[in-house]
Design a protein around this ligand. Structure first.
Ligand SMILES: Nc1ncnc2c1ncn2[C@@H]1O[C@H](COP(=O)(O)OP(=O)(O)O)[C@@H](O)[C@H]1O
Ligand SMILES: [Mg+2]
Length: 336
């Protein structure tokens, strides 16, 4: 049977409206049952969870989204996806996990908050080094809210539509107010650091200013996320246009270990010294660590070996650290 703690966690997550946590606890209960030899119960619980995940909840937490594909001119400006990635697929420190959960919770109670004259957080600025989960978090928010994710590349917009970019940006913001979705302006500062022809510079400034103005004027139900690897290059005036600044950072040792464990979990046999790997991976991003795990698992698979060993993961990790030392100006930070 499930432990008392698990049952309490289940009830809590239900009250909090935290669907992710609810499924995660239920999966843990299934895993515990399987370990105790209650295979049939574990199997039934898993298929119930799968069924629940693929069926829309009876009480929808968000307004349904009728449109699904960008049409007309928007086709060239937005890329749509329907992510299925979940909060539990990420390893997060508590601060970041709480921040994402709070955003989700406010979105889920959108109407209630609005009816009390309160506005849920929905204009978000994600900052942090490459590979720390900014794009992934946007996907998690879209997935958890059952909304499409529209991605916009502002730099592409400028280079492709020189002279017309503000008109195109207006089209995007029209879509933001017409279709509730998550709109991710990915690597949006690249327009600030863009080095083009001299007359591009004026255009870039104008686009950035219009972007800020559109964000300020936006009063929609959509989630607007601007993600940047270089917050220091952003104009300070920009920050106040956002409801929430979400900071992503490189993983500390305990999160490195959690990431390694999660990524290697799909392998049948893992015999690695996690402490040693975490030490070697200091300064690497989540993306680099997951990639190193995948490299190791591929190698083991192709060599038809059964177990992943420390050296299998250590090799690709060290290679990446070496790459940092040679090509990335800022060396990886020391282990804390
Ligand atoms: N917190 C995290 N937990 C687990 N995996 C992560 C995390 N952050 C990033 N990843 C992995 O790295 C990949 C790239 O991350 P991404 O979100 O694109 O980084 P960013 O947008 O910050 O550059 C993801 O697809 C995922 O595999
Ligand atoms: Mg990204």
């Amino acid at each position: 049977m499930a432990s008392a703690e698990q049952i309490k966690a289940l009830v809590h997550s239900h009250f909090d409206g935290d669907e992710e946590q609810f499924y995660s606890v239920a999966m843990q209960m299934a895993a515990a049952a399987a370990r105790k030899g209650q295979g049939k119960f574990a199997q039934e619980l898993r298929s119930l969870i799968d069924q629940a995940r693929t069926t829309p909840s009876i009480k929808p937490v968000n307004t349904p989204t009728p449109i699904s594909r960008p049409r007309g001119e928007l086709v060239d400006l937005l890329t749509v996806s329907y992510p299925k990635v979940r909060l539990t697929d990420m390893t997060l420190d508590e601060r970041l996990a709480n921040s994402l959960k709070r955003i989700l919770n406010e979105q889920r109670h959108f109407d209630r908050l609005r009816s009390h004259g309160l506005s849920p957080r929905r204009k978000l600025l994600f900052t942090g080094p490459p590979g720390t989960g900014k794009t992934m978090s946007a996907a998690v928010l879209a997935s958890a809210l059952n909304l499409p994710l529209f991605t916009v590349r502002l730099d592409g917009l400028i280079t492709r539509y020189l002279g017309e970019s503000i008109a195109k940006l207006r089209l995007i913001f029209d879509a933001v107010s017409q279709t509730r979705a998550v709109y991710l302006f990915d690597e949006f500062d690249s327009i600030g650091t863009h080095r083009g022809f001299a007359n591009d510079v004026g255009e870039i400034k104008r686009v950035l200013n219009s972007f800020l103005m559109f964000i300020e004027q936006d009063n929609s139900n959509s989630l607007i996320i601007a993600a940047t690897n270089h917050p220091q290059s952003l104009d300070y005036a920009l920050f106040r246009r956002f409801d929430e600044l979400v900071e992503f950072s490189l993983p500390k040792p305990e999160l490195i270990i959690a990431t390694l464990k999660q990524r290697l979990a799909s392998s049948d046999c893992v015999k690695v010294d996690f402490e040693q790997l975490a030490e070697a991976a200091g300064g690497l991003s989540f993306a680099e660590i997951t990639q190193a795990c995948d490299d190791a698992m591929k190698e083991v698979f192709l060599e038809e070996r059964k177990c992943v060993k420390t050296s299998d993961v250590l090799a690709p990790l060290t290679e990446r650290v070496r790459f940092h030392q040679r090509f990335v100006v800022k060396p990886p930070r020391p282990i804390e």
